[in-house]
Design a protein around this ligand. Structure first.
Ligand code: ASP
Length: 306
């Protein structure tokens, strides 16, 4: 079985000045996840490790660098899925957790549930002894500045942020290991000016994240309110049936976003290790690592480069 890892750092109008930070962030995540995968680690470990690196990088809207909600709180969403048994774990609107993806994995492995949200997710983090952080540990300057602007009356529709340069970028990873197991993981601070308790597609298996050894794995990014309505990750994986190439399947799934006028993108992997990224935004930060071509990243349309 070929081993492969793909990651993304969000689909939006990434400004030129931020391109290098995105490329480097994605590259770092690939390096870390690939190290685990190439030493015989599981696809699940690889996607968790890669997403943890992206959560730590303030370039992206996940973990450190997340968005504030209207009440000046950071509420984080994440999910992880294992394609062997269709196991999934998720946390939604959880606060003061530096690595929500690891908490999501704990939900999958140590509870009888798939998703814990809000206070319950925080309580679970405490119960398992996960170190909590302060809200301010998750914030970088730009987010505080934007919040001040929002509070001063800027109420432009959320849709605009996927078309105009604005700091954001949900993160995700998909992988296949040497045993043919597939996994997917996605993590986000959510969207600008979200209401307290708002949950997007990211923690919802089938919407933001999906993995099934029989078909493939996907991680999505974009306007969650739209992605949820077309169940994008599952729609993309289902389109791999009949050995359709991920490039075709991904494009087909993304075209369903037209009905809801949704902006975003996805990375998609099939059970043969073929990978594709599709997006209807100006740019998408993404990268792939495999044995044949090594590690490649990109933000613009077209081929990835080293
Ligand atoms: N999908 C995320 C959400 O709606 C945002 C993003 O991907 O940038 O919460």
């Amino acid at each position: 079985m070929p081993i492969v890892l793909a990651v993304h750092g969000g689909a939006w109008n990434i400004p030129d000045a931020a391109v290098e930070a995105h490329r480097e962030g994605v590259r770092e995540a690939l390096r870390a996840g690939w190290a685990a995968l190439s030493e015989g680690g599981s696809a699940l470990d690889a996607v968790e490790i890669a997403v943890r690196v992206l959560e730590e990088d303030p370039t992206f809207d996940a973990g450190v660098g997340s968005r504030l909600n209207r009440e000046r709180k950071v509420e984080l969403d994440a999910s992880i899925m294992c394609g062997r048994e269709l196991n999934a774990g998720a946390v939604a609107a959880v606060q003061r957790v530096r690595h929500p993806i690891s908490l999501a994995r704990k939900v999958m492995e140590e509870t009888h549930h798939v998703m814990l949200c809000g206070q319950g997710a925080s309580q679970f983090a405490d119960e398992i002894g996960m170190k909590r952080c302060r809200t301010r540990d998750l914030l970088v300057g730009r987010e505080l500045e934007r919040y001040e602007r929002v509070m001063a009356g800027d109420r432009r529709p959320v849709q605009e942020e996927f078309e105009k340069p604005a700091p954001m970028g949900t993160v995700g990873a998909i992988a296949m290991d040497g045993r043919g197991n597939l996994a997917a993981a996605t993590s986000t601070g959510g969207i600008q000016d979200k209401m307290p308790g708002r949950v997007g597609d990211t923690p919802i298996p089938g919407s933001g994240t999906f993995a099934d050894n029989k078909l493939g794995a996907a991680s999505c990014t974009g306007h969650g309110e739209k992605i949820m309505r077309v169940v994008l990750a599952k729609a993309a994986v289902d389109r791999l049936a009949g050995d359709v190439h991920p490039s075709t399947a991904g494009m087909g799934a993304l075209s369903t976003m037209r009905r809801v006028r949704g902006k975003g993108g996805l990375i998609l992997l099939d059970r043969y290790g073929r990978v594709s990224a599709r997006f209807n935004t100006p740019r998408m930060a993404r990268g792939v690592a495999d044995e044949a071509k090594g590690l490649r990243v990109g933000v613009d349309r077209g081929a990835l480069r080293r």
